[in-house]
Design a protein around this ligand. Structure first.
Ligand SMILES: [Mn+2]
Length: 343
């Protein structure tokens, strides 16, 4: 039996909202990852199964390694298909907000949503949600929002409602948000849920290959270059830094998704507990990705030094300025937090 982590009252409330709605839009965070796309498409399949006109609207596109997900081609990206996205948002009776904790995380969709009186149901595992949702199902102990989608469907309709399409989407979200069950995955329920997903017909080994054995030649070469030339290990602090400038990204023709997973690589080095990846997405704007193991709080580092936030073991932020300045910020963070890293 899996534990009932969602309040019975919230289950009843979600059920009522769904029953009273015909047109439902599901949204997830900007730069959607496997959990954002997997959880939102899973819920879309479930709601369509109930006869609802359900759509997923995301702020922008998602990486190629997720394009095989069932009905992923029906996902509407706000930045490239604004008219369709706005029409769907305007026509909706109900919004589901998945895998983010503040409307600012869905960029311009947030502005559209804020201006509408449509009820918004939050289903998410990021800590500290904003108080801007009609109903808030916030469960930071969940490994992924996809896990929460499973729990919601299971409570609303039982395991028989989990179709193969739903199961593939949920498994992808759970797998990608835990680094293939390498972190944030010590809850026994995760493996009970996986057993239900396998019973629903997924081939989990095939999903693994579709998501991870999907490198372009460029991406493989980029990883080699970065590991060899662009990684600095701070042995005394048990930390590592990877940097990639705009010019280097051009040199390797980096496309969306190519740098995905790079930040996790240094954690494979013995002793390294904290990894930082600084990526100059456009000149003057540095994206920051942080990963850690055990109890090192990279979300605190993200908030304090990089204007961001996230989970304890996975968070991010931004720096406006040069790469040198971003590296200085990283070094300042290291000196402040070195006692936690070396304890
Ligand atoms: Mn997530």
């Amino acid at each position: 039996m899996i534990e009932k982590i969602i309040d019975a009252d919230n289950i009843t409330a979600v059920k009522k909202y769904i029953e009273e709605s015909a047109d439902i839009v599901i949204m997830a965070h900007r730069n959607p990852d496997g959990d954002a796309v997997g959880s939102s498409t899973a819920l879309m399949h479930y709601l369509r199964g109930l006869g609802k006109n359900a759509h997923v609207v995301l702020p922008n596109g998602f990486p190629d390694f997720l394009k095989w997900l069932p009905a992923a081609d029906e996902v509407v990206a706000y930045d490239t298909d604004k008219e369709k996205a706005v029409n769907l948002l305007n026509d909706a009776d109900l919004f589901f907000c998945l895998d983010f904790n503040a409307l600012s995380r869905v960029a311009e969709i947030g502005d559209v949503v804020s201006a509408l009186g449509t009820p918004r149901i939050l289903l998410d595992h990021h800590p500290f949600p904003e108080n801007e949702f009609t109903l808030s199902l916030s469960h930071p102990q969940a490994c992924s929002t996809a896990e929460l989608v499973f729990r919601l469907i299971y409570r609303l309709s039982g395991e028989m409602a989990i179709t193969k399409d739903i199961a593939e989407c949920i498994y992808t979200g759970m797998m990608t948000d835990t680094g293939c069950f390498a972190y944030a995955s010590n809850n026994k329920d995760i493996y009970i849920i996986i057993s239900y997903l396998i019973a629903a017909g997924i081939d989990k080994d095939l999903i693994y290959r579709k998501v991870f054995y999907n490198y372009s030649v460029n991406r493989m070469k980029l990883f080699g270059f970065v590991m060899y030339d662009k990684m600095k290990v701070f042995t005394a602090s048990n930390a590592a830094l990877i940097t990639l400038t705009y010019k280097e990204m051009r040199r390797f023709n980096v496309v969306k998704g190519d740098t995905e997973g790079l930040v996790n690589q240094p954690l494979q080095i013995k002793g390294v507990r904290f990894s930082c990846f600084l990526r100059e997405e456009v000149p003057g704007k540095i994206n920051v990705s942080l990963r850690s193991v055990d109890d090192f709080p990279c979300n605190k580092v993200a908030a304090e030094f990089f204007g961001g936030g996230g989970h304890m073991n996975a968070s991010g932020g931004e720096v406006y300025g040069t790469m040198d300045y971003a590296i200085e910020r990283f070094k300042a963070a290291l000196s402040k937090y070195s006692s936690l890293l070396t304890k």
